[in-house]
Design a protein around this ligand. Structure first.
Ligand code: C5P
Length: 235
């Protein structure tokens, strides 16, 4: 189990194809200054053993697997994630109230209880994609609706785009808002389009900043992380 005492706001996205590459990054990072996000690619290749290794190394882990299934299956998956000792796990709000309530109940019965976060509308979805799914709402309206559903289904917060922060912070003041799409002014945008700087995101109400390449592609990742810490402290 992790012994991290502080509450670092930066979650470094470990978007690597294998543990060798991921370890080369992790050894450069300080578990008191950041948390780590493991997604579907690395988890599918390397499995829970690597997650446990990170936790033994005192890192807190956001297991970004976005569970979406029938209530019983999602609940069991959340329980399995909690038993790994992770810090945060997520499910798709579009799985519905019964699924989220089942996930909540499963986690509430675990001795170690990670934060349970919902994904609303994927930022890759445009209005036309929603229409194809039979959803006649704008992406913002759908985000707001699914965030309400997530709140009333016992979730701890949502993953959201920086552009949704102001609306969601107003709508759900006590939520954990987890925000990717973060780009410091001094970093490359890469494939991210609608971005905010770390300071702007914090000002708009972000609880946790998911940051990958601005840190992992930096020559000195800890220096990049420190720079972001300084920028957000001023926000
Ligand atoms: O390197 P970068 O900072 O763009 O990494 C962002 C991380 O957040 C990646 O792991 C990406 O998959 C994830 N993410 C995202 N946008 C979303 C949801 C997740 O960039 N809407």
């Amino acid at each position: 189990m992790s012994t991290v005492q502080c509450d670092p706001q930066i979650i470094v996205a470990l978007d690597y194809a294998n543990t060798k590459l991921a370890r080369e990054m992790v050894v450069q990072l300080d578990p008191t200054r950041c948390r780590l996000k493991i997604g579907k690619e690395l988890f599918t290749r390397e499995g829970p053993g690597f997650v446990e290794e990170l936790i033994r190394g005192d890192f807190e882990v956001f297991l970004d697997l976005k569970f979406h299934d029938i209530p019983n299956t999602t609940a069991k998956a959340c329980q399995a994630a909690a038993e790994l000792g992770i810090w945060m796990v997520n499910v798709h709000a579009s799985g519905g109230r019964k699924m989220m309530l089942a996930a909540r109940e499963a986690i509430d019965h675990c001795s170690h209880q990670p934060l349970l976060i919902a994904v609303t509308v994927l930022t890759s979805m445009a209005q036309s994609d929603l229409v194809e799914l039979g959803i006649n709402a704008t992406p913002a309206e759908q985000v707001s609706r699914l965030a309400s559903l997530a709140e009333s289904s016992g979730m701890d917060g949502v993953v959201c785009s920086p552009l949704e922060l102001s609306m969601l912070r107003k709508q759900w003041p006590g939520s954990s808002l987890v925000t990717p799409g973060i780009r410091p002014e001094w970093s490359q945008k890469g494939d991210q389009v609608r971005v905010m700087t770390p300071a702007e995101a914090v000002t708009h109400g972000s609880s946790y900043l998911v940051i990958g390449r601005p840190i992992t592609s930096a020559k000195d990742p800890m220096r990049a992380l420190e720079k972001i810490e300084r920028e957000t402290a001023l926000a």
